[in-house]
Design a binder for this molecule. Structure first.
Ligand SMILES: [Zn+2]
Length: 180
């Protein structure tokens, strides 16, 4: 069962995917969180239960987190953060958090769907504010936008082994493709 922290005004689920109960309201085919909540998604029954939380266990500033890029706006990338770095590598977070990576803290390009290694820079939120400045932060896995193959690293470029497409990315040195 997937767990996620949802912030006020954030979409919990679309009505065609989940039947939502709890602290969310229905608006135009989607359910929106009223307050800071934890949502539990049951994929078998297609129901989601939303409960208010006061202090979700949030990764603190300086923590290293693993996120997937879910969108790109004018000022920032939107992220879903799913793991935090432990002594022996990434550990799944009990609750997923939305994250924000401002473009001025990105120092390079990312693609939607990319997995990244990032550092938490703000104690406020969720959403978590993260940075990928520094050589060991950035993309750790990227798939080809044309054919979906995992891109291979050639120096500082990413190249598709199937269709030879190339992608410019801010790569996390020493971490690319090491966990997947
Ligand atoms: Zn390809």
């Amino acid at each position: 069962m997937k767990r996620a922290v949802v912030t006020p005004g954030e979409i919990v689920a679309y009505a065609e995917e989940y039947d939502v109960r709890g602290s969310a309201y229905y608006a135009g085919y989607k359910y929106i969180a009223c307050t800071l909540c934890v949502a539990l998604y049951d994929d078998k029954s297609h129901t989601a239960v939303v409960r208010p939380v006061r202090n979700p266990p949030l990764p603190q500033p300086g923590a290293v987190v693993y996120c997937q890029v879910t969108g790109k706006g004018k000022r920032a990338y939107q992220l879903k953060c799913f793991a935090v770095e432990g002594k022996r590598g990434p550990v799944d977070l009990k609750y997923q958090f939305t994250g924000i990576l401002p473009h001025f803290l990105a120092d390079g390009r990312l693609g939607i769907g990319d997995y990244i290694r990032a550092r938490v820079v703000s104690a406020h939120g969720p959403p978590l504010i993260v940075s990928i400045r520094g050589p060991t932060y950035g993309v750790i896995l990227s798939r080809c936008p044309k054919c979906g193959s995992t891109l291979k690293r050639h120096g500082m470029a990413l190249v598709c082994p199937s269709c030879a497409a190339e992608a410019a990315r801010k790569i996390a040195v020493g971490y690319y493709a090491s966990f997947f």
